[in-house]
Design a protein around this ligand. Structure first.
Ligand SMILES: [Zn+2]
Length: 323
C-alpha cells in the first residue's frame, strides 16, 4: 500500500501546475521541501562554539520554533488539478484508494449523452471506461432511452474528493442517472440544479413501478452485461425488483450477479469496470451467484432498520429526578 501511495504522488503530484518552482526538478519531488526544515542548524553550531555559558544560552534561545502548517490532505491536493496527468493511461491503487494518470475527459455533450454537474470537473476517466460509456450511451436506445445523463466519474487525476464518494478514485467508476437523457440539450445551469428522481416508493423499501420501469431494468442489465463491467451498484430495492422480474432470464446469473446492492443508489446507478492494467488492485470476482437470496434479503433488513427512528433515550439519573 505504501508503494501505491508513492506511485500516486510521483505520477500525479509532480505535475500539479501550482508548484511552479518545482517544474525544472519535476523528477525530484523532495527538491521542493521547505528550507525551514534546516533552520535549527545555526543554533547547533552556536552550542559547539567555545563561548561563555550565558552566550550559549542566548544563542540557543534565539531561534523561535517555526510554526509549521499541517501538510495538505490528499483530497485537497487531488481536488486542485484541472487537467489529467500527461502520462500513459494508468489506474493506480484500488478503487477507494488510488489515483489516475492519462485520464481522458468525457465531452459535456455527445450524440447520446450529457454530462451533469459540470462545475465539479469529475468527468475524467480511464480511456477504457470513457469509451465504454460512449458505447453504452448509444446502445441504451435499444432499451427505449434517448441516451444517458452521466454523473461523476473521477477527478482529472483521480484520488480522493473533497465531497462525496469513497471510490471513484482510479477512473474506473461512473455514476449514471436513473433518468433518461431528455430530447434536448440541458443548459449548464440546469445540469447543476436539476434533481434526479428516486426510484423508490413511499416505503423506501421497494421501487415505485410507475417510476422504475422495464426500460430502467433493461438499461441496468445492459450495463452489467458488458464483459469489462465487474460491478453495478444499485439500491437493494432495485436489486430485489430485478430479481423478481428476471426469473425467466437464462443468463441472469451472469449479469445479475454483478449487480450488487448498496446504500443509496436509487437516483443513479454506478458502474465499475475491471482493472485494465498492472498496478491497480483487482476486485474479488463475482462467483456466479445471482445474489437474489439471503444477500438481498439481508440488505433490505438493514435498510428497514435504518429507517426506524432511534429509540427514545432511557431515563438517566437527571431525568429520573425530574419525575
Ligand atoms: Zn458512484
Amino acid at each position: 500500500m505504501q508503494r501505491t501511495r508513492a506511485l500516486c504522488l510521483i505520477g500525479s503530484l509532480c505535475l500539479i501546475p501550482y508548484s511552479a518552482t518545482a517544474e525544472p526538478q519535476a523528477a525530484k519531488p523532495h527538491a521542493t521541501k521547505p528550507a525551514a526544515a534546516a533552520k535549527p542548524a545555526p543554533a547547533k553550531s552556536a552550542i559547539k562554539a567555545p563561548v561563555p555559558v550565558e552566550a550559549q544560552r542566548a544563542a540557543v534561545a534565539v531561534p523561535v520554533p517555526e510554526k509549521k502548517n499541517p501538510p495538505p490532505l490528499a483530497k485537497e491536493l487531488f481536488g486542485k488539478p484541472k487537467v489529467a496527468a500527461d502520462l500513459s493511461p494508468r489506474a493506480i491503487g484500488s478503487y477507494a484508494k488510488g489515483c489516475l494518470s492519462g485520464g481522458v475527459h468525457l465531452a459535456d455533450n455527445g450524440p447520446n449523452w450529457q454530462a451533469m454537474r459540470l462545475s465539479r470537473n469529475r468527468a475524467w476517466g480511464h480511456p477504457k471506461l470513457v469509451k465504454l460509456l460512449q458505447r453504452f450511451a448509444g446502445e441504451v436506445k435499444q432499451d427505449g432511452w434517448n441516451g444517458l445523463l452521466v454523473g461523476d466519474i473521477s477527478q482529472p487525476r483521480g484520488g480522493p474528493m473533497l465531497t462525496g464518494h469513497a471510490s471513484h478514485q482510479i477512473g474506473l467508476d461512473a455514476d449514471i442517472w436513473l433518468t433518461p437523457m431528455p430530447n434536448r440539450v440541458l443548459t449548464r445551469k440546469e445540469r447543476e440544479e436539476i434533481s434526479a428522481t428516486s426510484m423508490l416508493d413511499n416505503t423506501k423499501l421497494a421501487v415505485n413501478p410507475k417510476v422504475f420501469t422495464a426500460s430502467h431494468a433493461a438499461v441496468i442489465k445492459r450495463a452489467a452485461s458488458y464483459l469489462s463491467v465487474e460491478r453495478v451498484f444499485v439500491h437493494p430495492a432495485i436489486k430485489k425488483s430485478l430479481c423478481e422480474t428476471t426469473k425467466d432470464d437464462p443468463n441472469r446469473a451472469v449479469w445479475l450477479g454483478k449487480v450488487r446492492p448498496i446504500w443509496g443508489h436509487h437516483y443513479h446507478f454506478h458502474i465499475r469496470i475491471g482493472c485494465p492494467n498492472g498496478g491497480c488492485e483487482p476486485q474479488v470476482p463475482v462467483k456466479g451467484d445471482d445474489g437474489c437470496g439471503a444477500e438481498v434479503t439481508g440488505w433490505l433488513k438493514k435498510v428497514e432498520a435504518s429507517l426506524k427512528p432511534p429509540p427514545p433515550p432511557k431515563p438517566g439519573p437527571e431525568m429520573g429526578a425530574a419525575e
